[in-house]
Design a binder for this molecule. Structure first.
Ligand SMILES: Nc1ccn([C@@H]2O[C@H](COP(=O)(O)OP(=O)(O)OP(=O)(O)O)[C@@H](O)[C@H]2O)c(=O)n1
Ligand SMILES: C[C@](O)(CO)[C@H](O)COP(=O)(O)O
Length: 208
């Protein structure tokens, strides 16, 4: 719902350079040579609108999403045709993700990794803080990474991870980690920033 972006309806349908974030994201996915099929999870009451919106952008299958990201991914995964053995999960909110990043994630899965995530180093000093606002400790940021999408999986790994999930995860790799699947990292891209707050949208407008 784009709560952190402020009022204006589902975030995927908010405008960036005059077009919905979802259109930007799908257009860039479709430009990646490895992508053979795109399934979009749309807000349940906007499926017909999203089908119409994407008709001239790329061939897509649109399904009704769920109340959470995890539920939306599960619904989309169930609609991926049986002959696709590699599945990448992407955020509409990462609307400017370059096709080259999609390719590098896909290539790492093809190269033998069951689960692959793009990551960036953390640039700020990170501190653990108590409920009262006092600093508890400074965390060693050299071992931390900020995680992006698309996240790539062998299809059987992603299906198993979703089937095994008993709680909510903020990304799909988190579910794979929980069942002991090794998750491989590849370098992320600054342009794949997640448009979360108004500042991010302003940055994305400038980048575009
Ligand atoms: N029910 C949901 C919620 C999110 N997403 C996907 O998860 C991505 C990242 O979600 P987020 O940035 O958290 O979007 P919102 O949930 O709209 O943001 P907010 O938490 O501020 O409302 C979205 O771009 C969308 O692709 C989804 O498919 N289904
Ligand atoms: C999947 C994700 O984009 C990886 O960084 C992120 O976890 C999504 O988080 P959100 O809170 O749903 O925006």
């Amino acid at each position: 719902m784009g709560v952190r972006l402020g009022p204006g309806g589902p975030k995927a349908l908010r405008l960036l350079g005059g077009e919905p974030l979802l259109v930007h994201a799908v257009r860039r996915l479709a430009l990646a040579p490895s992508v053979g099929c795109i399934v979009v999870a749309a807000p349940a009451d906007a499926v017909a609108d999203v089908v119409a919106l994407l008709a001239s952008v790329a061939p897509v299958t649109v399904v009704a999403g769920g109340a959470t990201r995890q539920a939306s991914v599960a619904a989309a995964l169930a609609a991926v045709p049986a002959d696709f053995e590699i599945v990448l999960v992407h955020d509409a909110a990462r609307a400017l993700t370059p096709p080259e990043l999609v390719e590098s994630v896909a290539a790492a899965v093809r190269g033998g990794h069951g689960a692959v995530i793009p990551v960036l180093p953390v640039v700020d000093t990170i501190k653990r803080v108590s409920d009262s606002g006092s600093v508890v400790e400074t965390v060693d940021r050299s071992v931390l990474r900020a995680v992006q999408t698309p996240q790539g999986f062998r299809r059987d790994v992603l299906v198993k991870a979703h089937e095994a999930a008993v709680d909510e995860h903020t990304d799909d790799a988190g579910m794979a980690e929980r069942i002991g699947i090794p998750v491989h990292t590849v370098p992320g891209a600054e342009a794949a920033l997640k448009i979360t707050r108004p500042f991010d949208l302003a940055v994305a407008e400038l980048l575009l």
